[in-house]
Design a protein around this ligand. Structure first.
Ligand SMILES: C[S@@+](CC[C@H](N)C(=O)[O-])C[C@H]1O[C@@H](n2cnc3c(N)ncnc32)[C@H](O)[C@@H]1O
Length: 215
């Protein structure tokens, strides 16, 4: 069974959904610089969903893995409380420098963002217990399972985890696809269904966004 994304076409309504909330100049520049830096930013509809999750949780403290050039961070900041702070982790200091400049150009005070350069699995253990409203994972897919394992310690009760790439470019929907990376993401997503500690939903926005509330 070929999926829309696997066959190169776009699911009906995808462009319409991506255009639903316009992106501002900082987001447009962040996308252009992501293309130059060869990092893949989240889709606009994924961004709108992240802003919604941040607003719905009245997020004051958010952690992101995978800063890139700042597209997802700018969306998260849009939904967070004005006094909230985003901690964003990436191994690439140059891209974080770009993101920091764009946060300032978008009008966010320096106190609203904490950029940490390093490996997610080195940094997450240093972050405080139960201190975060929202954790967004968009780093190395090989680290996703370990980052998910760290999430219950980091999130407050009722906090939300969001994992990008949960449909593996649409390939996860094809049961015949047994590629190693696809199997890993499929099993990780399914593990949420079998865990009473999470209330999950798999949203078909962008590359797939697995959202789960700590219960
Ligand atoms: C898909 S891009 C993130 C895009 C970004 N979220 C956005 O929407 O603009 C993935 C990022 O994860 C970073 N990365 C890769 N491995 C990492 C790791 N082990 N720890 C932290 N960041 C990592 C890469 O440098 C890259 O910037």
């Amino acid at each position: 069974m070929a999926t829309a994304e696997a066959s190169g076409s776009r699911a009906p309504g995808r462009d319409f959904a991506d255009a639903f909330l316009p992106e501002d100049n900082a987001l447009r520049v962040a996308r252009e610089l992501a293309a130059e830096a060869e990092v893949t930013p989240i889709s606009p509809s994924t961004g709108a969903t992240l802003a919604l999750l941040a607003a719905a949780t009245s997020a004051r403290a958010v952690v992101e893995v995978g800063t890139g050039t700042g597209v997802s961070a700018l969306w998260l900041l849009r939904g967070m409380r004005p006094d909230g702070a985003l901690t964003t982790i990436d191994t690439d200091a140059e891209n974080q420098r770009i993101a920091r400049r764009l946060f300032a150009e978008a009008g966010h005070a320096p106190s609203r963002t904490r950029l940490i350069t390093g490996l997610a699995l080195d940094v997450l253990p240093r972050l405080a217990d139960g201190a975060y409203d929202l954790l967004f994972l968009d780093g190395d897919p090989a680290d996703h399972a370990a980052c998910v394992a760290a999430a219950p310690r980091l999130l407050r009760p009722g906090g939300v985890l969001a994992l990008n790439g949960a449909l593996a470019g649409g390939r996860a929907a094809d049961p015949a696809n047994q590629d190693r990376d696809v199997v890993v993401v499929r099993e990780l997503v399914r593990s949420f269904r079998d865990d009473d500690g999470w209330q999950p939903a798999l949203l078909p926005v962008g590359d797939g966004l697995l959202c789960a509330v700590v219960v």
